[in-house]
Design a protein around this ligand. Structure first.
Ligand SMILES: Nc1ncnc2c1ncn2[C@@H]1O[C@H](COP(=O)(O)OP(=O)(O)O)[C@@H](O)[C@H]1O
Ligand SMILES: [Mg+2]
Length: 748
């Protein structure tokens, strides 16, 4: 048989694989015969076929027509058709969409669902052949049964994965095939409801009820009526968060304990800033010791006394964009009164990092095109000038939390800024855990450089004493019976060694385990003898990881899944992102996340969530299997692509690339890493650009992608390698910046 393709979904047609029409088979019945022989393999008697296609003719006419049809078919399909005196058989059937559909049905349901099965043999009229018409109708019925089974399976799977939007689509298609299927309506209606389309869900219920009653006269099933009642009542069908779970444990809040010495130092610094001086404050210590807490209390004090606070955070595993922590901090200054005092030239430069500035100052010109080292200087100076303009109005506190994770570009910029601000009322506060850093990590180098600056103060936080842990417990637990309370504090200290994060996690876990309880009227804590008496074996988790893990395990499944996605999303996780990944409405996401924020798993800022403490993130991460992580990354990558504004998704490209890589989507990873690299170069961040290129190179799938990577690598190397000494920066206008000392340029 020559290489031919028989299409039977839609108007039947025979063609070459490239789509060009095959030599015509003549009368439509010849094509019908070919279809029948293709789908019904094995030998058929001449009588059977004659009756099938020419049943309305005399025997003689039918035999003649069959003979002619066979001659014609033979000329088209050649050796593939074996004809004897009694029988005929298609030994080599053509490629046929129906056969492909049947093969995919079990192996690859999603692919099978892509065939247009409802249009089997449509648009071709075979007259005077009642036998054939009957065959078409039975075959169509058989195919549709398989097709419905596949759609049902896909719809159910989507429901199980909480992809309710997808479930709606599958169910709609199912209803298109079989409008009397109660199961399809049940899935559709439930999914619509879960997406937040309650009134649409009710409409479809009504549609099914009238349709089905009209057709069969039968009433709907009890399950269907039950679903209807729930939706009418507006009650969620998905109530994973039990009352019991909600009731367990109070929200733990504790005033700052200890830290008197550090606080005095901070207040000295504050007074210096008020007098117009600058300060660099480094808060060091192990994870959980209370660095962020102390810095937060300081910034709160500052803003209560008129300071502008700009806060940004470093992230693990380079999930952010270049200068991400600084960008995050600068965003906080968008509403500050001094902003408009910035020279437009510098504002223009700052738009490279902060495009939002254009919304506030629409008349700003585009920054100069081109990428050269002098451009990097202009960008850095733009940021410095912007903050100095804010500081001209009121003192500024710039807080960089978790500096240890800042990438090299961010560190270079911070180093520059610390020196540029040396005579402005700006406090640069950074928290960091140096223990996690290699000596040559950019943040470690930056710290060494900052420490030697005149205005720098380093504070190393130690764990709390047993007495201080007792103060925490006493205060939060409204404890009166001091003796038992102290015994309890002793046990807590014994396990936690005074790390306040660990203390908090341990207490929360003990509430979740039921080892501790709070009286509802007074808020007073009570505990059983197994907690209070040291002769009893300790019921509490022995490590902070165990404590977190125990509590995460007790989270209702849906919340745990959202938490996992937020953790893997890294630096920031938008409501929209969670809504897409889990197929639930934004409203529903917000409600669930509120629960996680209340339980202190997440923190929220303007609809963006992230995990409240890296240690929690670490535990959640470890407890996911590798394949689960991969799937989540993949979903995040795909969802980001959907929610990212404007092709080519520049702002999101880096995030998409990383998630695609970790989700096993190599081509996509390479494509977006290239975009991210170009964007990084546009921000004068060659190191970052190179990191993206490394990722792109590792994932390139074909020569074209490899060539692109190579081309861009040359460009970045030329920029980063500074093959020629940079000439003095070219300024468009003479501004106060032209008086800058040359030393400010040497920030490398
Ligand atoms: N001195 C303190 N007094 C009371 N609570 C504290 C103190 N230090 C830290 N905490 C609490 O311990 C937890 C962890 O502190 P955090 O500042 O996040 O640690 P770090 O930033 O060092 O990892 C937070 O819930 C915080 O409120
Ligand atoms: Mg911290």
């Amino acid at each position: 048989m020559p290489n031919l393709t028989l299409q039977l979904f839609g108007i039947p047609a025979l063609s070459h694989p490239d789509g060009a029409p095959a030599p015509t088979t003549g009368a439509v019945k010849n094509l019908a015969l070919l279809a029948f022989l293709t789908l019904e393999p094995g030998p058929h008697t001449r009588e059977e076929i004659a009756t099938l296609l020419w049943g309305d003719s005399t025997d003689e006419q039918a035999r003649t027509s069959l003979r002619q049809a066979l001659t014609r078919l033979k000329s088209v399909v050649g050796e593939g058709l074996t004809v004897t005196r009694q029988t005929l058989q298609l030994t080599q059937p053509p490629r046929c969409d129906v056969l492909e559909f049947l093969a995919a049905a079990d192996q690859n349901p999603a692919a099978a669902a892509g065939f247009d099965v409802p249009r089997f043999f449509s648009g071709l009229n075979i007259r005077h052949a009642p036998g054939f018409e009957e065959w078409i109708s039975t075959t169509r019925h058989r195919l549709l049964t398989i097709y419905s089974r596949i759609l049902t399976r896909l719809a159910r799977e989507a429901m199980e994965r909480w992809q309710w939007r997808a479930a709606v689509e599958w169910a709609e298609r199912l209803i298109g095939v079989n409008s009397s299927s109660e199961e399809s309506y049940q899935i559709l209606v439930e999914a619509l409801f879960l997406v937040g389309e309650r009134s649409l869900a009710l409409e479809r219920i009504q549609e099914y009820e009238t349709g089905s009653v009209r057709e069969s006269g039968a009433a709907t099933s009890a399950a269907f009526r039950d679903l209807k009642r729930k939706i009418e009542a507006g009650a969620t069908t998905n109530q994973p968060i039990s009352e019991e779970w909600l009731a367990r444990g109070p929200q733990l809040d504790c005033a700052l304990v200890g830290r008197e010495q550090e606080w005095r130092t901070l207040m000295d610094a504050w007074r210096a800033i008020r007098r117009g001086r600058s300060k660099v404050l480094l808060l060091e210590g192990e994870a959980g010791v209370g660095k962020s807490r102390l810095a937060d209390d300081f910034t709160r004090y500052g803003s209560a006394h008129g300071a502008v606070v700009l806060r940004g955070r470093g992230y693990d595993a380079a999930t952010g964009t270049p200068y991400g922590p600084v960008v995050e901090a600068l965003r906080c200054g968008l509403t500050a009164p001094g902003l408009a005092g910035t020279d437009p030239e510098w504002l223009t430069e700052a738009t490279r990092l902060l495009p939002e500035l254009r919304r506030i100052f629409p008349a700003l010109p585009e920054p100069l095109p081109g990428i050269d080292p002098a451009g990097r200087w202009r960008l850095y100076e733009g940021v410095a000038q912007l903050v100095m303009a804010l500081a001209a109005e009121s003192p500024v506190i710039v807080l960089l939390d978790d500096l240890q994770w800042c990438d090299s570009e961010t560190c270079a910029l911070l180093h520059f800024l610390a020196r540029r601000w040396a005579s402005a009322p700006v406090a640069l506060v950074a928290t960091l855990t140096l223990g996690e850093l290699e000596r040559d990590a950019p943040a470690a180098r930056l710290c060494r450089a900052l420490r030697v600056q005149n205005q720098a103060v380093t504070m190393t936080l130690a764990a709390l004493s047993e007495e201080q842990v007792w103060t925490m417990v006493y205060e939060m637990g409204h404890i009166q019976g001091a003796e038992a309370g102290r015994r309890f504090a002793h046990r807590v200290y014994d396990v936690t060694r005074g790390n306040p994060f660990y203390v908090m996690e341990l207490l929360k876990t003990m509430f979740a385990q039921g080892l501790l309880a709070a009286e509802s009227a007074t808020g007073k804590w009570t505990a059983g003898p197994e907690v209070l008496e040291s002769s009893q074996p300790l019921g509490m988790p022995r490590t902070v990881q165990d404590a977190i893990s125990e509590r995460v395990a007790r989270l209702p499944g849906q919340l745990r899944d959202l938490l996992a996605t937020t953790v893997l999303a890294g630096s920031a996780c938008e409501t929209d992102l969670l809504s897409h990944v889990h197929g639930i409405s934004r409203l529903h996401v917000a409600a669930l996340c509120e629960e996680l924020v209340w339980r202190r798993y997440l923190v929220e800022n303007q609809g963006v969530y992230r995990v409240s403490h890296q240690l929690i993130g670490d535990v959640v991460h470890q407890e996911l299997t590798a394949s689960r992580r991969r799937e989540i990354h993949r979903s995040i990558g795909l969802a980001l692509q959907t929610i990212a504004p404007g092709e080519p998704h520049r702002e999101f490209a880096g995030r998409i690339a990383r998630h695609a890589e970790q989700g096993g989507e190599r081509r996509m990873a390479c494509r977006y890493a290239l975009i991210a690299s170009a964007a990084a170069l546009g921000r004068y961040a060659p190191d970052e650009a190179m990191t993206w290129l490394d990722l792109a190179a590792a994932n390139a799938e074909d020569q074209e992608q490899t060539d692109q990577v190579n081309r861009l690598t040359v460009e970045v190397l030329e920029f980063g390698g500074w093959p020629e000494a940079p000439t003095a920066p070219r300024l468009r206008t003479s501004t106060q910046a032209s008086s800058l000392a040359q030393a400010d340029l040497d920030f490398g």
